[in-house]
Design a protein around this ligand. Sequence first.
Ligand SMILES: [Fe+2]
Ligand SMILES: [Fe+2]
Length: 152
Amino acid sequence: MSESHESKTCQNLQSAFAGESMANRKYLYFAKVARQLGNEEIARLFEETAHQETGHAFAHLELIYPPDELTVEKILEIAIEGELYETNQMYPEFERTARQEGKEAAVAEFQEQAEESRQHAEMFEQAAKRFKALTLVEAFHAKRYQKALDSL
Ligand SMILES: [Fe+2]
Ligand SMILES: [Fe+2]
């Protein structure tokens, strides 16, 4: 289901995942606000509900990206793709619109976050390279070990 976004259900899963994810972050933010406003009980209610929203979001993710189809390479690749989309497409477009509309705070935030997305992409790319190198080293060691075993 992860590869094709053709079916309506795939699109609905993406939307449901987005909604549950937003609810999670929104409720954590509301918990912080409630705490600042001095209402600990409401803060805790929002935090507990936020954790449940994470469970809901994860349930959708398991259908979008079935765990048995994933590898370390694959998840890094998906993450890099997302971060690059943000830094190269999404934020530049949002920034342009914010500038046209004279929303200076949004312009600054979009610029800042485009840069952070670029850093995230880079970090994941480096991790992917390290992982690949490590896999090669491990394969090398396994081969040498096997040779040693064979010569016994
Ligand atoms: Fe939910
Ligand atoms: Fe990011």
